[in-house]
Design a protein around this ligand. Structure first.
Ligand code: F6P
Length: 320
């Protein structure tokens, strides 16, 4: 393998730039030519490909977002789109591709690698932590820390007024941002898609925690778990308590990556480039029990949903 390319795809995540930097610098160290594709698969189809050198990735390790930009590409889900992308890669003589993205991006990577003689290595980059073959995805740790910053601020003001607060966070169908931020932030309730919530139980808990001397309560709601307006309306109706709501939104997608995400980016990028040098079959890179792993794409994507029930019950016990 002599020429490889790197792209970012899907929702951006803090740590993507650190992964681009590590991919480029380690590939150069291994004697490869490296190209950057702008705007994910859409840019690949359009031929937005540029040669990168060590200086192209200077001063980006601490930045959120992605210098290569990103997109979600409906064209790439079609065979025709993937053929156009392959033609661009072959025009440059590129035979290896590093894709930094989430599950949609990896399904595209799988199809491309099945249809053409291109080796693809996937680095999981999404704040959602919703890829089941890996314990952590790039950006998750930073997003949780950003959420914690929001929880800390909310606690100050909610505590001063003896209020109940609901903070809605992202995560699509995965409750990990809510669960980890809830535990680390000392929230009273974590509502996540993995465990259907019982509004009567939430109301009872709020009332009984007030009896136990808690003057303010914090609810963390994962976006995929329920409708915040319906939840606060039900709490008002059943308890008479007004809940103040905050939606963190895209703030949790940006920001300087944490040490954890930067180091994870470096470790995963090194693995991806090493596997490309070995002409390995296409794989998804991950981390399990603090070891960097690389699974064939099909089996990685077929991993059953993982959910840490123990952590969920700890969140509840510690809130009492
Ligand atoms: O997948 C990352 C994510 O931020 C999800 O948590 C969220 O549901 C979605 O992307 C938001 O997407 P968009 O930026 O397109 O609104």
């Amino acid at each position: 393998m002599k020429k490889i390319a790197v792209l970012t795809s899907g929702g951006d995540a803090p740590g993507m730039n650190a992964a681009i930097r590590a991919t480029v610098r380690y590939a150069l160290y291994k004697g490869l030519d490296v190209y950057g594709v702008e705007r994910g698969y859409a840019g690949l189809i359009n031929g937005n490909v540029n040669r990168l050198n060590s200086r192209s990735v200077s001063d980006i390790i601490h930045r959120g977002g992605t210098i290569l930009k990103t997109s979600r590409s409906p064209e790439f889900t079609e065979q025709e789109g993937r053929r156009a992308a392959y033609e661009v890669l072959s025009a440059y003589g590129i035979t290896g591709l590093v894709v930094i993205g989430g599950d949609g991006s990896f399904r595209g990577a799988r199809d491309l690698s099945h249809e053409y003689d291109i080796k693809v290595m996937g680095i999981p980059g999404t704040i959602d932590n919703d890829l089941n073959y890996t314990d952590y995805t790039l950006g998750f740790d930073t997003a949780v820390n950003t959420t914690l910053w929001a929880i800390n601020s909310l606690r100050d003001t909610m505590g001063s007024h003896d209020r109940v607060s609901l903070l809605e966070v992202m995560g699509r169908g995965c409750g990990d941002i809510a669960l980890y931020a809830g535990i680390a932030g000392g929230a009273e309730y974590v509502i996540i898609p993995e465990v259907p919530y019982d509004i009567d139980a939430v109301c009872r808990d709020i009332k009984s925690s007030q009896k136990r001397g808690k003057t303010s309560n914090m609810i963390i709601l994962a976006e995929g778990a329920g409708n915040k307006d319906e939840i606060v309306a039900a709490i008002k109706e059943k308890t008479g308590i007004s809940v103040k709501t905050t939606t963190l939104g895209h703030i949790q997608r940006g920001g300087s990556p944490t040490m954890f995400d930067r180091v994870l980016a470096a470790r995963m990028a090194v693995k991806a480039v090493d596997l490309l040098c070995e002409e390995s079959e296409s794989r998804l890179i991950g981390i399990r029990d603090n070891q960097i792993i690389a699974e064939p794409i099909d089996s990685a994507l077929a991993c059953p949903k993982r959910f840490n029930e123990e952590l969920y019950s700890v969140a509840h016990i510690l809130s009492l």
